[in-house]
Write a protein that binds this ligand. Structure first.
Ligand SMILES: C[S@@+](CC[C@H](N)C(=O)[O-])C[C@H]1O[C@@H](n2cnc3c(N)ncnc32)[C@H](O)[C@@H]1O
Length: 227
């Protein structure tokens, strides 16, 4: 799926994104921001300056009810993007697929590290619009797909913070079939028992802007999946 995006000024997110965002969080705005763990990357996110601290309980509920997941840079996405930026050899010259891309933080990190091709996949069409907007803000090119591109060739599949939906656990085997290397970041599942996956790192991080998530969701684990 290719989404047409109108040209925009650097200081104004595409109107569709702003409008959709207002549905989820009335009164809040999007702003170009640099998440604390990956200051190299600029993303259109909830304006942290207008947050006055973490979201209220009602606002957090609104995010979950009308998920504008792409308007936050999730703890897992930040940790995986940081790891990629620090280990560019993991993606350089490779075809990278980022599943559950949200804002596109992981896809953008891969593109900045010289990946041969980067595809972002997300079930939310607005997330794909956000990915394209954010790719442009970082001067990189990223293809977008609404469904898993199973027929394409992938060298590395990345996925950050998609296991909050336990149905996605079934994707983990599929990822290993589709690519020789999988990089998975998650803060929700403590004991991942899926065959072929091994944890290689953990790091504390917070979603940006701060959603004031429970402490138990602030430790991100990185897993490698291999055939
Ligand atoms: C919590 S956000 C994480 C976004 C980003 N990876 C990050 O870490 O900032 C989860 C994203 O995964 C997407 N998603 C969930 N299940 C998916 C699936 N089965 N296929 C594609 N996208 C999915 C959601 O629409 C949402 O944008």
């Amino acid at each position: 799926m290719r989404i047409q995006m109108q040209k925009k000024n650097d200081d104004k997110a595409v109107p569709e994104l702003q409008a959709a965002f207002q549905m989820a969080l009335p009164g809040k705005l999007l702003a170009l921001d640099r998440p604390p763990l990956v200051p190299e990357i600029r993303l259109w996110l909830v304006d942290a300056a207008l947050m006055n601290g973490p979201l209220t309980h009602e606002e957090a509920q609104a995010v979950v009810a009308e998920p504008a997941y792409w308007s936050f840079c999730w703890a897992s996405g930040q940790v995986l993007a940081r790891w990629i930026l620090d280990h560019p050899e993991a993606v350089k010259g490779r075809r990278v697929l980022d599943v559950g891309s949200g804002s596109g933080v992981v896809a953008i990190a891969a593109a900045l590290c010289g990946a041969l091709e980067v595809i972002a996949c997300d079930v939310d069409p607005l997330a794909l619009l956000a990915v394209q907007s954010n790719a442009e803000a970082n001067g990189v090119e990223i293809g977008v797909r609404e469904t898993l591109p199973e027929a394409d060739q992938h060298d590395v599949i990345c996925a950050a913070d998609i296991l909050y939906d336990r149905d996605n656990l079934s994707l983990l085997d599929r990822f290993r079939q589709l690519a020789p290397a999988v990089l998975l970041a998650d803060s929700r599942v403590r004991n991942l028992t899926s065959p072929g996956y091994t944890q290689f790192m953990s790091q504390d991080a917070i979603t940006w802007p701060d959603l004031d998530e429970l402490k138990e969701f602030r430790t991100v684990r990185l897993f490698k999946g291999e055939r």
